[in-house]
Design a protein around this ligand. Sequence first.
Ligand code: ADP
Length: 501
Amino acid sequence: MTDLFRELIAPNGHKYIQPLGLFINNEFLESSDNGSFDAYNPADESIIAPVYAASEDDINTAVNAARKAFKDSSWSDLSPTARGNLMLKLSQLIEENAQTLATIETWNNGKPYSVSLQEDVPATAAVIKYYAGYADKIHGQVLGTGPAKHAYTIREPIGVYGQIIPWNYPLQMAGWKLGPALACGNTVILKAAEQTPLSILYMASLIKAAGFPPGVINIVNGHGPIAGAALAKHMGVDKIAFTGSTNTGKEIMKYASLNMKNITLETGGKSPLLVFDDAELDQAVKWAHGGAMWNNGQICTATSRIMVQEGIYDEFLEAFKARVEKMKVGDPFSEGVFQGPQVSKAQYDRVLSYIDIGTSEGATVLTGGEAIKTVNEGRGYFIAPTVFTNVSSTMRIYREEIFGPVAIVVKFRNEEDALQMANDSVYGLGAALFTRDLTRAHRVARKLEAGMVWINSSQDCDDQVPFGGVKQSGIGTELGESGLAAYCIVKAVHLNMSNRL
Ligand code: ADP
């Protein structure tokens, strides 16, 4: 079907060698059935390159490689410090290859190049570095059970990990999942999303260069229902970590039950952002805009349900509209672009269909509401950032995740009202609130049904701070110390030190 490597020249003139195979046992391989799919540039709809797609057989091969590597002394007997050093080397190589990685990320995903270069790539290197520091600081405990016995715990790796990631932050999601898994000594099969197979394959070549033993990190592309499902069902996989849609998350839970896999899920959201009358208006407008529109609106934690108290509503709306309209939508390699195309034709159609649904449900389009056809001679999946008002809580645009540059702004009367509206959702990922009243801020934070609350910000994220959702937004957390805990098991040891029976 294709070559295993291809020299490519990106739209910004950057020339590099793109791997196209399945990365198993530190080698790039063809798929067993020669299956492949094309990677696209969403900014002009052109094909970048075909990549190999893993079959069920290929998933078996990758799991066998990871299982063998888990037991192999080159990994299992490696000192924790040496393990951390391999991770530090990978982090360093990511930094050294930042321009290539950022170029691929923008070319294949559509996010602005400045964002890929200044945020996505450094954040990927940083999270691997953060967890590298943990590798030799993972301790058990000695437990005070009295003189008759010595009891202690050991924290051990769980084994072979299946990791299934989405397309909105391809490199960062890989980093979030690889970091804690490797720090604990697990081995990994990571499946990237069909829409964005390329940057992760380039990162795979750095894994080999960093010196990881063969089979420790395997990276495959493939179709969700084939390769993803095979991984989630596989009896040789001990844990599955997934980020993606809530519906797929539910499927993965079913597959994981086959051998009672340990599981972490980060799924959908419809996160609220509350602006109280006493908020600092300027700040609230800026964060509300970014919170809904960063990453072309493709953020699982997007605070796209903006709720504003009646006393400040008109002023907020005017400033918010002005800010949305000021931001440049265009080719992601162009200077000064805030918003690029949606990642794929399917996502573009989906977002536009939600705009139609909102209009037909009777909501008012405050700004946007249509595709943009003035970039790249009408090609590419560009959508004008869209804001709806006159939205009621029964409308689909109030309740369902849109995953694009579409926000709704609604009005609330008081705190009780705001909380009722904010919590009226099957999701519980993020929630943001703006107020200058310190007590109210903490009171409301406690009552919001969400895994993460931002006071006077939105989407603020740190490697040290847990990230995860409640309700139908997920199970478990990533990042921070609690993210690490999800990748180790605690084994208890009882040593009898007496003559008792
Ligand atoms: P989206 O709808 O945003 O593309 P998905 O949840 O479908 O989100 O995709 C997220 C990840 O899950 C991707 O890597 C995709 O290939 C994978 N995936 C999709 N369907 C399945 C499935 N049935 N089993 C396992 N993985 C899947």
